[in-house]
Write a protein that binds this ligand. Sequence first.
Ligand SMILES: *Cc1c(COP(=O)(O)O)cnc(C)c1O
Length: 340
Amino acid sequence: MAERLPRGYHSPQVDVEVRLNTNEAPAGPPPAFVEALSRALGELNFNRYPDREARRLRAAVGERHGVGPEQVLCTNGSNESISLLLATAGGPGRTAVVFGPTYALHAHLSRLAGMEVLEFERDPVDFALSAETVTRAVSGPSDVVFLCRPNNPTGTLDGTDVIGAATAGRGLTVVDEAYAEFAGLPAGPPPAGAAVTRTFSKAFGIAALRLGYVVADADLVEELVERALPYHLDALKQAAGLAALELVGSLEPMIAQVIDERTELLAGLRDLGVQAWDSSANFILFRPEGTAGEIWAALVERSILVRDLSGLPGLANCLRVTVGTPEENLRFLDALSAII
Ligand SMILES: *Cc1c(COP(=O)(O)O)cnc(C)c1O
């Protein structure tokens, strides 16, 4: 018998009318995206392997970040970027550092890579991360250091000083910027000594297509490429990424609406007397009175799905809700109000 793998990472996929549990965009991409992708589909050479280097897409992503294609690797979701970074800078006998509560997948993939995971703590009240904590963390074993900006699931946006503190260590700093667009973080070159991951799953509204990327030093990207499976990025995905980047400007109103709705939702939660944290992402962490698991189930009964995080250290009785459409958010607030 093989040794048991670390427990998996799952958000239950329950069939409900209002899905506010995995931080997807409230609506799909603009119609022009679907048209562009349909055109690309019509021109696709189905019998041929895709461009192994994904040259056009890497160049387009690089342009967005002000770097050359040699500093970009596009992957099947940013999760694959993280796996490849761990296959390169991590591995058995090495140590990953995370600052919890944070995105559980960083620790999970590190353990799958055979690594030890050291979890350091954010402030238990406001979830802020200080540069001092990071400096202390990287003074010990720290081959891969994960930062999540903004942080999932707390919504916290750490200062850039934590990046400096992390890159001052000996290990590789991975900055997960899955929610950067909702925090207004510019797309730029990676900070020295860090690899930045981003995704098309959230602000771009194409989670279904599983596309993400990493921006890093050219030397590191070369090592990542060596570890990727041949032709890992299919032609449809490459076309989708190009089409999405063409239309990046048209995302602005959608992102602005999510940010407005985030303000409304936060105020709505606080009006109900619910403890809720400020967020720089497209979700809100909150702690209702009562038992989170029961409230989660009562919301599901009303066909609303949020994320139950109450089992995680530091998140007793906490739930996380994705910012949805104005209608979805109202429905959620009405249901919660009726339950509590
Ligand atoms: C949703 C999310 C991602 C996205 O992963 P993909 O594989 O690109 O869909 C990455 N990091 C964090 C912190 C997330 O919450």
